[in-house]
Ligand binder design. Structure first.
Ligand code: PLP
Length: 374
């Protein structure tokens, strides 16, 4: 059935191997793969479970972790919840999550209680906000960080597994030697104060990779040559780099990764020659926006059966470079096939590579089928 995602498990597996060479071999970091970008697709998870390079499998949603915790744990790897937990999900967390990320002591206390009921010790990682201003205890509030660490140390059913930071998400702040060094410094202070050894100092997501391989990354003007990962960072959490091969700090492609492991295929349901300019008074489109049209004369226009309800038009690129996306509505995308001569007919399949936003929407749409290349 169309529309469908073609998920190339072999290419994703190649990406794991390449990323492991960077993060583990060159960067001395453990490898955490984040599965939310493909909505914890089980074929992908089974592949991850088999790869010896993968140490942790993480997601932001407890439902996703629940769906695969057995597969991951049976393979000797740990599950990680990377979104700060809701108070309402602590009972589920202590059952299915091996390490959970936290920034609120009230929640950690609730986890302590839930873990006691479950008869386990729950590993937690404290998130530190280094300036991206999403989750975490603000790095300048060292007293709060150390106080929280001491309180966790005294808890019976919670273990302080480590600290971490998330960058390049809300504030779009790029990881640098300078800001990540603050995380390492804070880890040292926590260890000195509590006497605990922190297992994990997690230095971010796909935007941190360039710090390990900065001399091997494709050069773009803005990317600094001499930035290095500070010693003491021992984990990275990779989603987009794994799924799409992207370095998200400077928007380059990570060498030797596949960027087309996930593709969208959609079918042409109408193919006609029509003018490029709509006829009549222009109001607003199906999404309440005032459209702008360029007069290109008569065009060959195709409608494919997938729409804004399923994907993000700005986050998909036709594989055939002659095709242009003109726009769309909830259920239709209109393509300009004028440059394609007579190469397409009704019923043909148009293929797209996808960006992160488009991929997220496509995997969560119940109208999009999936097939796998293995
Ligand atoms: C806390 C956290 N860590 C890691 C990731 C992975 O980010 P990326 O896909 O940029 O590697 C995300 C987002 O998915 C996140 O929220």
């Amino acid at each position: 059935m169309y529309p469908r995602l073609v998920i190339d498990i072999k290419k994703l597996e190649d990406n794991v191997k390449t990323l492991a060479e960077i993060t583990k071999d060159d960067g001395n970091c453990s490898l955490m793969i984040v599965t939310k970008g493909l909505c914890a697709d089980l074929e992908m998870v089974k592949m991850l479970a088999k790869r010896p390079e993968v140490d942790f499998v993480a997601d932001s949603r407890i439902q996703n972790i629940k769906s695969y915790s057995k597969i991951v744990r049976d393979a000797g790897k740990k599950t990680v919840l990377i979104r700060i937990p809701m108070l309402s999900e602590v009972d589920e967390i202590v059952k299915h999550v091996d390490v959970c990320f936290n920034s609120e002591m009230e929640t950690v206390r609730a986890i302590d209680k839930a873990a006691a009921k479950e008869g386990k010790v729950q590993d937690v990682l404290l998130m530190i906000d280094l300036g991206d201003l999403r989750e975490g205890i603000f790095f300048e509030n060292e007293d709060e960080i150390l106080k929280d660490a001491m309180e966790i140390k005294d808890m019976k059913n919670v273990n302080l597994y480590g600290i971490g930071v998330n960058l390049t998400c809300y504030g779009a702040i790029i990881p640098k030697h300078e800001n990540l060094s603050k995380l390492v410094e804070i880890a040292g202070k926590i260890e000195a104060k509590t006497g605990l050894k922190l297992e994990m100092v997690s230095g971010g997501n796909s935007s941190s990779i360039y710090l390990i391989e900065s001399d091997k990354m494709p050069r773009i003007g803005r990317m600094p040559k001499d930035e290095k990962m500070p010693e003491g960072i021992n984990n990275l959490r990779l989603g987009e780099a794994f799924l799409l091969g992207n370095d998200t700090a400077y928007e380059t492609e990570i060498p030797n990764t596949h960027h087309d492991a996930i593709k969208l295929q959609a079918q042409i349901v109408e193919l006609k020659e029509k003018p490029s300019l709509p006829i009549g008074e222009v109001g607003v489109d199906a999404f309440g926006e005032k459209p702008y049209y360029e007069d290109k004369g008569i065009m060959k226009r195709a409608i494919i059966a997938v729409g804004k309800q399923d994907t993000d038009l700005g986050s998909m690129t036709p594989v055939d470079e002659r095709i242009e996306i003109m726009g769309g509505s909830s259920d239709h995308i209109i393509l300009d096939l004028t440059a394609c001569n007579d190469d397409y007919k009704l019923g043909d399949i148009i293929e797209f590579t996808v960006g992160y936003g488009g991929m997220l929407k496509l995997v969560t749409s119940p109208y999009i089928d999936r097939i796998y290349v293995k």
